[in-house]
Design a protein around this ligand. Sequence first.
Ligand SMILES: *Cc1c(COP(=O)(O)O)cnc(C)c1O
Ligand SMILES: [Zn+2]
Length: 386
Amino acid sequence: MPFRCTACETTVSNPQATCESCGGFVRYKEVDNRQLRRAISGDPTAALPSFENSHSMGEGQTPLVELSRLDLSPTVHAKLDSLNPTCSFKDRGSAVLVSAVADSSTSWEGIVVASTGNTAPSVAAYAARAGIACAVLVPAGTSLSKLAQVAAHDVPIYTVDGTFSDCFRLADETSDRQILNATAVYSANPFVASANRTVAFELIADLGGPPDWVTVPVGAGPLLGGTYAGFVECYLAGIIDTVPRMLCVQANGCHPIVRAIDRGETVQAWREEITTDIGAIADPLRGYAGDGEETRRAVAASGGTGVALDDETIHTWTHRVAANEGVYTEPASAASVPAALSDPIESDETVVALVTGHGLKESGDGDIETQSLDADTEPLRTALLG
Ligand SMILES: *Cc1c(COP(=O)(O)O)cnc(C)c1O
Ligand SMILES: [Zn+2]
């Protein structure tokens, strides 16, 4: 399982999150042109680390649909990663890391994971499938639909009275040779960002080349960084001629990475209060600002930028995308759509908005309007035909 340091290129045989010689983040990089082409033609495992047994449930290979009824300019395609086995993109990483833990060449026997909401049910499902012990930590107040998914797999849930960063610190303290920290940040493990490279391979296949922009809802950013790394690999292998520009989307009430992009500074933790209810991307990076900095560097290298949206805009677009395009997303995911309308993106460009999590993940958290009907069906005719 050859992994490599992204900073000093040292080969790391025992997959760990950071390089022992320079502290850089580690990623799976031993992929040649032939393997990349196989990954693009529909076999993502060709570009992923391989293990004795794969605990895949068919993650990835998600649909790409154009959003045409909203009359957006530029052209916006939505990549429906909400249609993964546990209904978020987190399954790409979970399949790989659970297979790594189950492999007899690694010393891990159990998994601990901190989650803003979607990593927990994802890792819980794959751990259940592989028969591996797992425990999840989430901030108190995490969506009940997401916790119900975890509970279905008989995985214990620990709520922490604090932010996602507090959950991550506790998971980090718990992890060791025997317990893998499966949290979806670069500094927890090398698997998540490595697995997210497959998003790029699928987009190249579906569009016949790279889009101009990819808009990504970001917490710490391994989705953005992994996707970008996949494009760069294909570029270096001569498979594509350009790489897309990456647009980092965060909520106004917690946007440490976008703030750093705007100010042209390195990323600092968000020390202010978190004032957004878009929990899936509310990561204040306290104690691991380097993860955010890794993401900022990927955005900068791509020639991209960042945008912070207020909660009202995000909720409005969540509704708009569902009502006009049939795409039901959780609010954090819908944020990638209005981001496609932000300033630097030109009207003749092609944008892919990553739809990261399904609407069912947070359904029932609000009021639903219904009307009662008796034997008279006339109200139905009026509703349908006016
Ligand atoms: C985890 C998550 C994100 C952010 O992904 P990162 O790789 O942590 O930046 C975005 N949207 C949803 C729905 C998520 O669950
Ligand atoms: Zn290094």
